[in-house]
Design a protein around this ligand. Sequence first.
Ligand code: FES
Length: 147
Amino acid sequence: MYTEIVMDHFMNPRNVGEIENADGIGEVGNVKCGDIMRIYIKVEDEKIIDIKFKTFGCGSAIAASSVATEIIMGLSIEEALKVTNKQVVDALGGLPPVKIHCSVLAEQALKAAIYDYATKNGKTYAGLEGFDPHDDHDHHDVVEIEF
Ligand code: FES
């Protein structure tokens, strides 16, 4: 039911941990399953030069966070804001339908981290309009949760 790529990222997740003095931190949680994801980014010259994650959640959420960090590492902020949960799912070789929301969590955690960076630095980016980390992100079951 899970692809080998999912299992690999679950068993050997990439870029796990925290970034000290991160430029942006995003935290989102899913109230239905109770899973929580936190993404840290380091930004230099509008590029994401480092990204790490901590996910308290299911295997798919861990795999989705891990592969998302690989996709995002080195991208410009504007490019990163175009990364969708579908890209995350594709990079994992697919996820079972009931696990798609786990990939949405990765997309939203990244957006929340960029939102945090933008807010701290007085910046605005296309793709962040209307984004509110305290909102339900249009998914009705995703909210920001403090660890
Ligand atoms: Fe909720 Fe995976 S079951 S994030």
